[in-house]
Design a protein. Structure first.
Length: 328
């Protein structure tokens, strides 16, 4: 099996392959996401496993540096296998990709991956999730009126309330980024999480091209909620969102999602991915998202394909020690 390194000349071919994924297009394996991730200065690698002139699998990988001159590769929501590929061929493609990484990038001690399905007879170590292992997906092929009727009664009420109170939704491109960042700071403090850097959000909008959009929900020229969404292939994905502490009674986030659902359907998307639910970790956010209906999708999770067992064990000890010091 041949492993080829993809470049900008392969952009359209790579995206077509990822868009055809059996579980729906994964924006985190698109060419654009590699460009977004490169903004942090990390090396981006795009590989395809090819046999008899046909691509069997592709992987966008992000290099992460470790102490001692070591590193590991990370494939968010990847690799992606060709639709209909049998398990034996998936295994062969995955192993060929791993052999290529070990040979050409000797400082890498493991490959962190997030396959949509587990492949038997490959030894992978389960680790903590990076991307959420559970999400909520709404089918946009249904009539939107039917989707509205299938939502929780409170969700329908809040959508109509926001409309009645005069909340407006619009896409403002990068010009709306300052408002998004303001709301993100408020949201992270309120909900107790650490957001990304402003450069990361800026890179999403600047390098995501037409696939990424920022939507704002405002009332009387005041921004109440905002969200960054991707429109990639057949899937619209809610990537990041934020809302104000004030004027929450106007229910702007509900109308924001309802509006983007309509935009996504008009753009030809057939799936609306709320991207991440967890009743224990994010109970409020999960209840909010589940109010829109849809179906729960479970992923196997995050795994490490270990290249250098001794170095990997040392890495694990280092992480454990650092966490103990951090929590003191």
């Amino acid at each position: 099996m041949e492993i080829i390194r993809l470049t900008g000349d392969n952009r359209e071919e790579l995206d077509r392959f990822v868009m055809a994924a059996p579980d729906g297009a994964e924006f985190l394996q698109s060419f654009a996401w590699g460009e977004i991730s490169s903004g942090s200065g990390r090396q981006i690698l795009r590989l395809a496993a090819k046999e008899d002139g046909e691509w069997l699998a592709v992987a966008t990988l992000i290099e992460n540096s470790l102490p001692g001159g070591l590193a590991y590769w990370y494939s968010p929501r990847g690799p992606i296998f060709r639709t209909g590929l049998d398990e034996a061929s998936q295994k062969a493609a995955l192993e060929s990709l791993a052999v290529y990484l070990r040979k050409h990038f000797p400082r890498a001690i493991f490959w962190r991956l997030e396959p949509s399905r587990l492949i038997s007879k490959i030894k992978l170590k389960k680790v903590g999730d990076i991307q959420p292992s559970q999400t909520l997906v709404l089918d946009l092929e249904n009539d939107l009126a039917d989707s509205l009727q299938a939502m929780h009664q409170k969700t329908r009420y809040n959508i109509r309330l926001a409309e009645k109170r005069g909340v407006e939704i619009f896409s403002d491109g990068a010009d709306g980024l300052p408002e998004f960042l303001r709301l993100m700071e408020i949201t992270s403090q309120r909900d107790g999480f650490r957001g990304h850097s402003s450069k990361h959000y800026q890179a999403i909008l600047a390098k995501g091209g037409e696939a990424t959009k920022l939507y704002l929900a405002s009332l009387d020229n005041k921004c109440l909620a905002a969200g960054i969404f991707s429109f990639f292939g057949n899937r619209a994905t809610y990537i990041h969102g934020a809302s104000d502490n004030e004027n929450r009674e106007f229910m702007a986030p509900y109308l924001l999602h309802w509006w983007v659902m309509a935009e996504a359907k008009a753009a030809g998307c057939r799936l609306y991915d709320f991207y991440g639910i967890d009743a224990k970790k994010w109970p409020g956010v999960t209840r909010f998202k589940q109010g829109f209906g849809g179906r729960i999708v479970n992923y196997p999770g995050t795994f490490d394909y270990i290249f250098k067992p001794l170095s990997y064990r040392a890495y694990g000890l280092f992480r454990s020690l650092r966490q103990k010091i951090w929590w003191r």
